[in-house]
Design a protein around this ligand. Structure first.
Ligand code: FRU
Length: 306
């Protein structure tokens, strides 16, 4: 079994501040950290830990657009993820040296993280995806898409449905305002909705989002939505089973680093669906994903989450 995650790779620069600065304010950060980021890369870093001890083998692949292979950023990513996560099918834009970058302000007073990104790397094309998929062949059993460039992603999923009908497909809808994301949900088997995306559509709770979305995501067997401090919900349209779990906290819990909490939840669900599908019921799967997402929020970065 092999999982392929398709999404952007970022280099994150994270500034910790006491509060979120007002416009035109000068503010001194208490810490600066540079970290490998991007939703799929974050999820794969977690998945790699979870699958390391699993009896069910799952090989992991990242398809991302990277700057020149010799660039510092690409070399750092390769060193960080390989050999457990394969980058063989990532696409190197040899004319570019700069990676896509995110500048993140992490405010201690509210626990929020505000993200500004910069990316000059040309996005993946459908032709590139088809070439990669044909190299992977039927070995790839699960494709997870970060819903970024909806028109291309739509073509990618249609291609998979036609050429590799047994492959399972999940899509993450995270950023509101991107035309065409809703249509992606209509093609996927599993959809991960973020709170930001749901609120952007006017939903006031994860449950409202999932119940309404189940009428739009016609092929989906499972819909999940995380809602920050209110935990996470999941809904199986086919069986009507609905699960809610409160946000996971342990004794003395404090928000340390919320960056990538949703990516960690997605990793937990992808692990459960690929490696524990027969052993765990829906509630156990969601509780597991929610727990590792909560553990992640209480610590810096992604190590030690298995
Ligand atoms: C967290 C994250 C960061 C990255 C940004 C990209 O979910 O993936 O690592 O900088 O979001 O949107």
């Amino acid at each position: 079994m092999s999982l392929v995650a398709i999404g952007a790779y970022y280099v994150d620069t994270i500034l910790s501040t006491s509060h979120y600065p007002g416009e035109d304010e000068k503010l001194r950060a208490s810490n600066i950290a540079h970290r490998r980021g991007g939703n799929c890369a974050n999820s794969l870093e977690v998945l790699q830990q979870l699958t390391a001890t699993s009896r069910q083998q799952l090989s992991l692949n990242l398809v991302a657009i990277l700057p020149a292979k010799s660039s510092v950023a690409s070399q750092q990513l390769i060193a960080a993820l390989e050999p457990h996560v394969q980058l063989r099918h990532s696409i190197y834009r040899e004319q570019f040296q700069e990676p896509a970058s995110c500048y993140i302000i992490k405010s201690q007073s509210t626990g929020s993280r505000t993200i500004v990104n910069y990316n000059e790397l040309p996005d993946m094309t459908l032709e590139e995806f088809i070439r990669i998929t044909d190299e992977l062949g039927p070995r790839a059993t699960w494709f997870h898409f970060e819903g970024r460039i909806p028109a291309v992603t739509f073509g990618c999923i249609q291609y998979l449905r036609k050429q590799y009908p047994s492959a399972r497909i999940s899509v993450e809808l995270e950023k509101p305002g991107r035309e065409g994301l809703q249509e992606l949900a209509g093609l996927a088997d599993v959809v991960f909705y973020s709170k930001t995306w749901a609120q952007g559509l006017g939903y006031v709770s994860a449950e409202e989002c999932l119940r309404d979305q189940s009428t739009k995501a016609q092929n989906a067997i499972l819909l999940c939505c995380t809602w920050g401090q209110d935990g996470a919900d999941a809904f199986e349209p086919g069986t009507g089973e609905f699960v809610h779990v409160d946000a996971y906290t342990s004794a003395g819990f404090q928000v340390v680093d919320p960056i990538g909490a949703g990516d960690t939840f997605n990793a937990g669900m992808l692990y459960a669906l690929n490696c524990k599908d027969k052993e765990w019921d829906l509630c156990t799967k969601v509780k597991f994903a929610n727990r590792i997402a909560g553990m992640k929020v209480a610590q810096e970065g992604f190590p030690g989450l298995s």
